[in-house]
Ligand binder design. Structure first.
Ligand SMILES: [Zn+2]
Length: 296
């Protein structure tokens, strides 16, 4: 069932490439043995039959009457990737984008340059949005262009070469500060740790604010245990600090981490036993988002 988030004069629309990617807990969080009595070890977070964590691969459109932003771009279609679930995908992302009725976008924002956040901006070597600037923090781009970044890419497939370099060659890659204002309703929030130039995107509408929290947290188990970073975090200690800070400062505002299972958006409530995550039913609207109808 399609859904989107209603912030009044702004709509946040998920473009979901994979709605149920199952991964062994230990692959993502080395040594983790989920506590089956805890909330994160139940649906929609955890698949009891296989004992695997549930993830979603998605990105977001931020739509207003003034502009449309794309925040991240999933794995993308037809890419050579080591992980079987990412390899040579059909064009699920573009089909979902087209279903919104949005024709062109004003900017693409990358929270960071991991394989599951950049792929759909190119088809073959061609930019999908040839008129839009693609915004990234310079430190992030420099890291993945370095030898350390290249070494990490050997386990994923070289997504910099097939998805980011074509944007750079087309003159469409723009470096921004980690706290830059990136749209009339959107600003970056520094969150380095998961990767060196990692950011979140705060989206403000007339009826609510959402923090697109990117990969500062991947799964509910990290809401329950903020100290737990993934195997793929470049600086696990810093990633844990950032996660704790976001949870502490969030208060009543809504977090929308990229890989949380649908509907993904919610509030972290502090209980006697640590945080729980409550999905934000008040902002969720069921059905296919259609831009023209929404504007009218
Ligand atoms: Zn990711």
């Amino acid at each position: 069932m399609a859904h989107w988030f209603d912030l009044g004069d702004v709509a946040v629309v998920p473009l979901i490439e994979d709605d149920r990617l199952l991964i062994e807990p230990g692959e993502f969080f080395p040594g983790l043995e989920p506590d089956l009595a805890d909330w994160y070890a139940r649906e929609p977070w955890f698949d009891r039959e296989t004992g695997k964590l549930v993830f979603v691969i998605q990105s977001f459109l931020v739509c207003s009457a003034d502009e449309v932003l794309v925040v991240d771009a999933c794995v993308g279609a037809g890419k050579d990737r080591r992980r079987a679930e990412f390899d040579q995908l059909p064009d699920r992302w573009l089909r979902q984008f087209r279903a919104t009725g949005v024709r062109d976008v004003d900017a693409v924002v990358f929270t960071h340059l991991h394989a599951d956040h950049v792929g759909a901006v190119t088809v073959g070597a061609d930019p999908v949005f040839p008129h839009a600037p693609h915004l990234v923090v310079e430190e992030e781009f420099r890291y993945w262009s370095s030898e350390a970044g290249a070494a990490a890419m050997r386990r994923t497939g070289d997504y910099l070469a097939d998805s980011v370099r074509p944007i750079e060659r087309a003159g469409q890659l723009s470096f921004v500060a980690p706290d830059a204002v990136v749209g009339k309703h959107a600003e970056l929030v520094p969150a380095a740790g998961h990767t060196p130039g990692n950011v979140c995107v705060r989206v403000r509408g007339s009826a609510g604010t959402v923090l697109l929290a990117g990969d500062t947290m991947h799964h509910g188990v990290q809401v329950r245990h903020p100290e737990l970073s993934t195997r793929y975090c470049v600086d696990p200690g810093k990633a844990a600090e950032v996660r704790s800070r976001i949870l502490e400062e969030a208060g009543d505002s809504v977090l929308l981490p990229t890989h949380f299972p649908a509907p993904s958006a919610g509030r972290a409530r502090r209980g006697s036993d640590g945080y729980v995550f409550e999905f934000a039913a008040d902002l969720i609207r069921a059905g296919q988002f259609r831009y023209r109808e929404w504007l009218a």
